[in-house]
Design a protein around this ligand. Structure first.
Ligand code: K7E
Ligand code: CUA
Length: 673
């Protein structure tokens, strides 16, 4: 039964947890199935005995068989999950169906195992292009939300993944040859960003937009909240990439947006290629003041009946940029809001209040919006949108002159899916799967023509409870033009009563759901104990062509031969004034040099090359008390650059147990006075 808006607001997370504990749990012990007799596992012999002793039902045994990867089977996981890591600032790589964690990728946050952020280093993206903040030093954390895998013709190509920093309006680029972060870009004019991160169909651009609007003139903060509509602006950013997948600001541009709070976005595909869809909430532009007798932000922001879906024609925007119809703000070319409105770059369509996700169907013909405070998904038809634009079928303009399309003219259907819908994914048959945060469930429903016709279109098909408070969900390659079906992963915020107690901060819960049967069925729970993942993408494992070792002498930041790489026997130390520069080698089981004497106050630059060619022969290079720790994979070169400020004897050592003589793999840095 649809809840009223007030009920939904009041429910929030707390209400939903109560609902979960009191309601859903009671109904769904055993993950949505009926209670089963223990011992009836349908097995025989040894397996039967084990199942009985572990009190596994036959359903459990089937689940285990569907997700188990035998020891040593390298290809037992058919897909990779490329997950955001939330406020861990990292990303996680997991296998599907096993849900085993394969790797964390250090992105915005230092990650010591990978030597990420601990080297004062030309090959360390956190240090080299992390963001210096004059107030607080280098930013050392991020809040990763939305990964975007690179695409070719609307399919993942396995080359790169991009991810935003929700907190600080930055974006990072990771190369999937070595699964390492190459670039961190502080996007001009974005103070924060959220779900506006997607690539266009052929990765022409990586899109990122503001979440909370930016104060245009940061020197005019006084009273700015009272002049919100004039003082703030949103920005939709089209970041061009070069041949190596890195951002190229010289070919990038932004479109100025009204200061609504832009939330999630998706890229047009196939028929809608050339457009980007971006929704917003708080089109009321509420700015709070709950201690000054003004409405609180959350109240002011949910006053109106509608917010706005932004429809952005980026092909047209490219033409305006080429014609010079831009202004430059903080080094970025920006199409002004009035120009975007007048030239047909930006349109708005009403969407039910406080929407969260917008997701484009695999054929590009439907845009699915889910409103947190509305129990429906609203499905816009791309053909209808185009017709309405052509016929100028507007219900008016917003205060900035942006045309607003008529709701009834552009909506193809609405499906009542349940309480608190957020995000939608798709399968290859034309089903949408929508997460229901408040209800703690996933709804499966049908799209319209050409997938489903007549009364079979826009219908709720199935529902499965999840544990609990789902945010995002992912089907395999479910946001590409060719979803692979099979599995779905539910990213649940709450895991109360699902795992043994490990203190007051509970893990998140990734639940694997089987899509192959008649009904949706739960396969497994996996606790995530590191930050709160938001969006995740799932890519076929065979699309990724990761390197086993680096070509000899590679600098991971450039992915090219490092000019300071050395070969064995060519190690050397040079002294110039108070600079000591070292070209050293690292291999089982020594550093060369293993003695280095410098004077207190010297600047020490050490270029270290791992000369190994054997996969997995990684060494560490750590200098105690200097906060230096590098990871050197086979073939890798890294540079540390520091001032020997502390006198004494410092035993640098290898941090990876690399060989029988690993403990002996050390050296002495002698800092004399
Ligand atoms: Cu819904 Cu940041 Cu994509 Cu979280 S966002 S859930
Ligand atoms: Cu090299 Cu331990």
């Amino acid at each position: 039964m649809p809840l009223t808006r007030r009920e939904l607001i009041q429910n929030g997370a707390v209400g939903a947890a109560a609902l979960a504990v009191g309601g859903v749990l009671g109904k769904s012990l055993g993950g949505g199935g009926e209670e089963e007799e223990h011992g009836d596992s349908g097995l025989s012999g040894q397996a039967q005995k084990v199942a009985e002793s572990r009190k596994l039902t036959s359903e459990d045994v089937t689940r285990a068989v569907k997700t188990f990867v035998p020891p040593g089977n390298q290809h037992g996981d058919e897909f990779f999950l490329i997950s955001s890591g939330g406020h861990s600032g990292q990303m996680f790589v997991m296998g599907v169906p096993s849900l085993r964690l394969l790797k964390t990728i250090g992105v915005f946050t230092p990650e010591p195992w990978q030597g990420h952020g601990y080297g004062s280093d030309s090959s360390d993206p956190v240090i080299k292009n992390g963001t210096a903040n004059p107030a607080n030093g280098t930013l050392t954390w991020g809040d990763t939300h939305h990964p975007a895998l690179s695409e070719t013709k609307g399919e993942y190509d396995g080359r790169y993944v991009y991810i935003n920093d929700r907190a600080n309006g930055r974006i990072a680029m990771i190369d999937l040859r070595d699964f390492k972060t190459k670039q961190i870009l502080d996007v001009p004019n974005l103070q924060s960003s959220h779900g506006g991160v997607f690539v266009t169909q052929d990765t022409e651009y990586v899109h990122i937009s503001t979440k909370t609007p930016t104060l245009v003139d940061p020197t005019k903060a006084a009273g700015a909240l009272d002049r919100f509509a004039d003082a703030f602006r949103g920005y939709s950013t089209f970041l061009a990439t070069d041949k190596k997948g890195r951002f190229d600001l010289t070919r990038s541009f932004q479109i100025e947006l009204p200061p609504y709070t832009q939330d999630l976005s998706d890229s047009g595909k196939l028929v809608s290629h050339g457009w980007v869809f971006l929704n917003s909430y708080n089109s009321e532009m509420a700015s709070g003041g709950n201690m000054e007798g003004k409405p609180a932000i959350e109240t002011g922001a949910s006053k109106g009946d509608y917010d706005f879906l932004h429809l952005i024609n980026w092909k047209k925007a490219e033409e305006l940029v080429a014609a010079g119809k831009t202004k430059t703000i903080n080094g970025m070319r920006v199409i002004p809001l009035d120009v975007a409105a007048a030239e047909g770059v930006l349109y708005l369509a009403p969407e039910p209040r406080s929407p969260h996700g917008v997701d484009v169907s695999p054929n590009g013909a439907y845009l699915v919006v889910a409103g947190k405070l509305d129990p429906h998904v609203t499905v816009y038809g791309w053909d209808k949108v185009q017709a309405a634009i052509a016929a100028k079928n507007f219900e008016g303009k917003d205060r900035y002159g942006v045309p607003i399309l008529k709701f009834d003219a552009v909506v193809a259907g609405q499906v009542e899916v349940g309480a608190g819908p957020l995000h939608t994914q798709f399968d290859e048959q034309g089903h949408g799967f929508t997460s229901l945060f408040v209800e703690s469930a996933i709804a499966k429903w049908s799209l319209g023509d050409p997938y489903f016709k007549g009364e079979n279109a826009f219908k709720l098909v199935d529902k499965i409870p999840v544990q609990y408070n789902i945010g995002h969900l992912v089907t395999m390659e479910g946001d590409t033009v060719k979803p692979q079906g099979k599995y779905m992963v539910s990213l649940n915020k709450w895991s109360i009563d699902r795992f043994p107690a490990v203190g007051t901060l509970k893990p998140q819960n990734f639940q694997l759901v089987d899509l192959t049967g008649e009904k949706l069925s739960l396969l497994s729970d996996t606790p995530i104990g590191m930050g709160e993942p938001h969006y995740v993408q799932a890519i076929r494992a065979d699309r990724i062509k990761a390197w086993e070792v680096y070509p000899p002498g590679t600098n991971p930041l450039t992915m090219e031969k490092d000019p300071n790489a050395v070969e064995l026997g060519k190690e050397r130390v040079e002294r110039r004034g108070n600079i000591v520069e070292v070209w050293g080698s690292v291999k089982r089981s020594n550093f060369k040099p293993d003695n280095l004497t410098v004077k207190k106050g010297d600047r020490v630059i050490m270029h270290m090359t791992n000369t190994e060619t054997t996969p997995d022969a990684t060494h560490g290079f750590a200098i105690p008390r200097y906060n230096i720790n590098c990871s050197l994979d086979p073939g890798e070169v890294t540079t540390v650059d520091f001032v020997a400020s502390e006198p004494g004897a410092f035993a640098y050592y290898c941090t990876e147990f690399c060989s029988a003589l690993h403990l002996e793999m050390q050296g002495w840095l002698m800092v004399t006075t």
